[in-house]
Design a protein around this ligand. Structure first.
Ligand code: SAH
Length: 194
């Protein structure tokens, strides 16, 4: 493993993620929205997350930031990053498949929204966010630069911590005790831990 290969892996991952997400995005968009929290805060958070997981590392991959923030490349960590990235992709695939038309890039309730509680949703109630955290850690391990490596964790972490409570409130409004009971038997992103 070399820094160039690690950067190429990061690029391939982004492309694979988009290719996987796109058909689901199209399908979900066909289902109408009956309630939405897509406000200024949400748009700002989406922008912050996109910058940390996409724009900042992309600029680094193509410019190296002129050497600013560079760290020693550690091949074994990069291999671990590849493993985590593959795990994240698998999780993205499963969560999209299971959420189906209920999925939304923002906080929205679809027409005839159904609560998904099985499969990857059985032990954690935000498995797609678990996948994003896996990806963010993979990015930190693959890219040998402190800024580009950790911008994913900072960006997605910001979105997660400001959004997750509001998302759960929205789900309680829509599903009441069914969601409260679901919350009581699941963790947020790490099974049995958090
Ligand atoms: N937080 C979830 C879903 C992210 S997509 C995860 O990490 O897997 C965000 C949208 O999914 C929100 O608009 C919310 O309405 C919807 N959602 C969240 N949890 C859900 C569930 N268990 N079943 C159905 N829809 C859900």
């Amino acid at each position: 493993m070399t820094p160039t290969i690690a950067k190429a892996i990061w690029c391939c991952f982004v492309i694979a993620w988009w290719a996987m997400r796109y058909p689901h995005e199209r399908k979900a968009k066909k289902a109408g929205v009956v309630a939405s929290r897509r406000d200024t805060q949400e748009m700002l958070l989406l922008g912050i997350s996109l910058s940390g997981l996409g724009i900042v590392p992309m600029i680094y991959v193509f410019t190296k930031f002129g050497g600013i923030g560079e760290r020693t490349f550690i091949p074994s960590l990069a291999w671990l990053g590849l493993l985590l990235a593959l795990g994240a992709l698998l999780f993205f695939y499963r969560t999209h498949q299971q959420l189906g038309r209920n999925w939304s890039v923002s906080l929205e309730l679809r027409d005839k929204h159904q609560l998904v509680v099985s499969g990857v949703y059985r032990y954690v109630r935000h498995p797609m966010y678990s996948a994003f955290f896996l990806w963010a850690v993979a990015q930190a391990l693959l890219l040998p630069n402190w800024i580009a490596g950790f911008s994913g964790l900072a960006g997605f972490g910001t979105l997660f911590f400001f959004r997750v409570g509001r998302e759960e409130e929205l789900m309680i409004e829509a599903f009441g005790d069914q969601y409260r009971h679901y919350m009581a038997r699941t963790a947020r992103v790490i099974p049995f831990i958090y």
